[in-house]
Design a binder for this molecule. Structure first.
Ligand SMILES: C[S@@+](CC[C@H](N)C(=O)[O-])C[C@H]1O[C@@H](n2cnc3c(N)ncnc32)[C@H](O)[C@@H]1O
Length: 287
């Protein structure tokens, strides 16, 4: 496990992922009944942007750095507000010296009746996460292989909620593991919302992944694609995607506002693109 998210925290892909995450959590909060978020690859929760890692790449400057300084139109600003409010809460001194990761953002948004399970396999990051949430009865931190959680931890007793799967993609086979993991998880908990992050870098692998998702016959899969430049000839992170299963009905209309607004801020001058594509519709699973 060599991947360290500190190099990438707050980059364009984190911004898009976390905006989608906050829209799903915001939707879950429309009902009083409590829900659970299970974050299978949680990271360390809060990233110091003055760290050597963040200073080395400075990726956050072309991500959250741009977004925070931008005046969005009112409709987009309203939809972004839970996300931006979480980022501001992680920076009580003003400016942006720290970037909050997915468990931090989710925890910030929870009500008293909601719960978070944050799973992380890297011992150092899992320890940092445990310290951060020490004594918090709404949050459970587990040092574990996140892929295992897609079996043992589902369905949660709340029977409402979201599973975020955000693997590092440092090893070959992560796309296959996502499809296998989703299939296993969906069998155990068909009613859960699932959000799977993936890099748009190796185009062949991405196309094979999308085709494999369609073949699972799991209903209601949408694919959110966000690219900050036209396809590069070498393999670079040109964009990122989020596959959402059982997306809230409100999400598509929200993304129609948010993705173009974020694209204007985050894309390179050569031009980015964004789309929401339905991979499978409402049909029931054929056994
Ligand atoms: C992309 S980062 C997660 C970022 C985080 N979800 C966020 O949005 O702030 C991926 C994380 O997965 C961890 N990791 C790698 N393999 C894992 C595994 N099998 N199970 C759980 N965590 C793993 C890495 O240590 C890293 O912290």
């Amino acid at each position: 496990m060599n991947y360290r998210h500190a190099y990438h925290a707050g980059n364009f892909a984190d911004v898009v992922k976390h905006v989608v995450l906050t829209r799903i959590v915001d939707y879950l909060k429309r009902k009083d009944k409590g829900f659970r978020v299970i974050d299978t690859h949680a990271g360390r929760g809060l990233y110091d942007l003055s760290s050597l890692e963040a200073q080395k790449t400075r990726e956050w400057q072309a991500g959250i750095g741009r977004v925070l300084g931008h005046a969005f139109r009112p409709e987009a600003a309203a939809l972004l507000s839970p996300y931006l409010e979480a980022v501001r809460a992680a920076n009580p001194g003003g400016g942006v010296t720290h970037y909050p990761g997915s468990p931090w953002i989710v925890r910030h948004l929870l009500r008293r009746q909601d719960r978070l399970t944050a799973i992380e396999m890297h011992p150092e990051d899992a320890a940092a996460l445990s310290r951060r949430f020490a004594g918090d009865i709404q949050t459970r931190v587990i040092e574990l292989d996140g892929w295992l959680a897609l079996g043992a931890h589902l369905p949660p007793k709340e029977k409402r909620g979201l599973v975020l799967v955000d693997p590092p993609f440092e090893a070959a086979g992560e796309f296959d593991r996502l499809v296998e993991g989703l299939t296993k998880a969906h069998r155990r908990w068909p009613g859960g919302i699932y959000a799977l992050w993936y890099p748009i870098k190796d185009r062949r692998a991405v196309n094979a992944f999308r085709a494999a998702l369609a073949e699972t016959r799991i209903p209601k899969i949408v694919d959110i694609r966000f690219e900050i430049r036209p396809a590069s000839s070498d393999q670079r992170l040109d964009g990122s995607g989020m596959v959402v299963v059982n997306a809230p009905f409100s999400l598509k209309a929200e993304l129609d506002v948010l993705l173009p607004a974020l694209s204007r801020v985050l894309s390179e001058p050569a031009g980015g693109s964004n789309r929401v594509v339905e991979i499978t519709g409402e049909q029931t699973v054929e056994e």
